[in-house]
Write a protein that binds this ligand. Sequence first.
Ligand SMILES: Nc1ncnc2c1ncn2[C@@H]1O[C@H](COP(=O)(O)OP(=O)(O)OP(=O)(O)O)[C@@H](O)[C@H]1O
Length: 306
Amino acid sequence: MNENAIRQSLAVKTDGLTKRYGSGITAVDSLDLSVRRGEVYGFLGPNGAGKTTTLRMLLGLIRPTSGTAEVLGESPGSEAGLSKVGSLVESPAFYPYLSGRDNLKVMARYSGAPRVRIDEALSQVELSGRARDKYKKYSLGMKQRLGVAAALLKDPDLLILDEPTNGLDPRGMADMRGLIRELGRGERTVLLSSHLLGEVEQICNRVGVIQKGKLVAEGTVAELRGRQGLAIRAEPVEEALEIAKRLAGVEEVRASDGILHLVTDPERAAEINAKLVSAGLRVSEMRPAGQSLEEVFLELTGGEAV
Ligand SMILES: Nc1ncnc2c1ncn2[C@@H]1O[C@H](COP(=O)(O)OP(=O)(O)OP(=O)(O)O)[C@@H](O)[C@H]1O
């Protein structure tokens, strides 16, 4: 693909995107992000990593200090770009005494979205049955779904959601995850931020991991977890560690709680077992062990938990 074709296949592309706040904080630091059209992309990072700041720049709500961003081939905040982007970045200010439907009516009038979209959007977020109830009667999950409905009014090609499950109870979170998966089917691109690994793992095709404003990894969940290996219980463990380090085809070895963790092809279990046993070690357990995304994440972000 030439450069132009690559650009067209991307829903979001940033080059060296940087935001510094007055107080000397670099919230986003030379970020190169690429979100492909049609995918559900998870923007994952601990609190304060710079996710919201990035999304606000993509929406043209704040200006980058340096670097550039393209959203559906347009510059952020331009009229052409905004007409194809729906977002839930700050909780929209809904009127508590109006129904969900009337709130959307007000918003549709304000944003110029066609009226027919109101019922479609309500149905998409499964609020049709409660559309005539007052907003203040809604549960938190329903309020959040109405926010998504508002973002869907323009039937956007790109949906940007900032921590869409934040504050919801487990049921509300599961509903929201199901909804996002549904919305991401087909042509629409969804970019969502989250500090929850499990969530991103369940919904997203690809993930970008951000820490202290920098992108530390980007790839599919499978790619990020791709480091397969073996967990081995062998004694004495220090000796086993030394021998394992010298084995060909073993990329990495570490020991924790008396178990050796080898990054290697799990198919090599029998061969590695034979080598350890012939060196006089007692091997009592050997099993394939992929790294969990959590381990990968902790490694990538230098141990900063989420
Ligand atoms: N308006 C602002 N002025 C000064 N500093 C800010 C401002 N907004 C954000 N920051 C700082 O920038 C950094 C990144 O914040 P940001 O909200 O983008 O992170 P985040 O990953 O979205 O985190 P969270 O999930 O907690 O919202 C933080 O250190 C934050 O304190």
